[in-house]
Design a protein around this ligand. Sequence first.
Ligand SMILES: Nc1ncnc2c1ncn2[C@@H]1O[C@H](COP(=O)(O)OP(=O)(O)OP(=O)(O)O)[C@@H](O)[C@H]1O
Ligand SMILES: [Mg+2]
Length: 282
Amino acid sequence: MVKEIINIGCIKHRYTDSTEVNICGLNFLMYPGEKVALLGANGCGKTTMLSHIIGLLAPQEGEVRVLGLNPSRDFKKLRSRVGVLLQTAQEQLIGPTVWDDVAFAPLNSRWPREAVEERVSQVLAELNISHLARKIPHYLSGGEQQKVALAGALVMQPELLVLDEPFSRVDQRSKKEITSLLLNINQKYGTAILFTTHDLTPIAPLADTVYVMREGEILARGTPAEVLTDRKVLQAAGLETPDLLELFYALKAKGVDLPPTLSLEEAAAVLLREIKKPDPPA
Ligand SMILES: Nc1ncnc2c1ncn2[C@@H]1O[C@H](COP(=O)(O)OP(=O)(O)OP(=O)(O)O)[C@@H](O)[C@H]1O
Ligand SMILES: [Mg+2]
């Protein structure tokens, strides 16, 4: 059986102001090469869970295993194997220029200068931000900072990418570009991808598996189609059903029962077929 790369049962974290976050419910398991979305409303505990996975926080109770290690204890061993994009991307940008920032990890790992130059140019080009190489990260726009932080997460070609709200500050076109870049990286290198979101749109194209969280409780796991068509689960988690599915439900209520789909292209095809269907004989 394939060994999981992330395993979380029940964990409890108490912040210094004594806010308690209990992450429990279904076991959170993630496998090599898998693309997983962690879905949940604001404040439900997504960032808290990711912070445990990347070793920024340690649980007061329970255990977190990542690539067979304990992330808060084995932080250094995991550093180059796990690429991280924080929700507050600007806080992880430490280089005086974008180039320095993205080059930080490979230089720190003593890569030859030429290899660093090549890899940094490649990753900046993949994210369409080569023109920002000499800019000061602090002065970039929010979306630009997010892309630079993502470049830093990708530069070491990690086994696992942990991305906290990677689509929150980028525009529609960048969302599509980042989605196809991540799909490409996943296919080419088998990189596993875990991302959080409260926006449902990136889930269907990017995730194999979706976990739904409500106030720390992991209450559902399934494929994007299973989870996004489960109105009860979405409602329980305080999330909105995607507009496209609402359209299918509204049609069903009027007697037109068509198979709901999350893809705009498929929805157009289904609706066209229905419109062009010859009328039944009177
Ligand atoms: N540093 C902190 N100190 C005290 N409480 C915190 C801290 N960070 C998070 N919390 C609290 O823990 C709970 C979970 O927060 P968390 O940031 O994990 O949620 P989230 O699901 O990532 O939300 P969002 O979608 O807004 O990013 C919230 O009630 C929040 O107020
Ligand atoms: Mg968060």
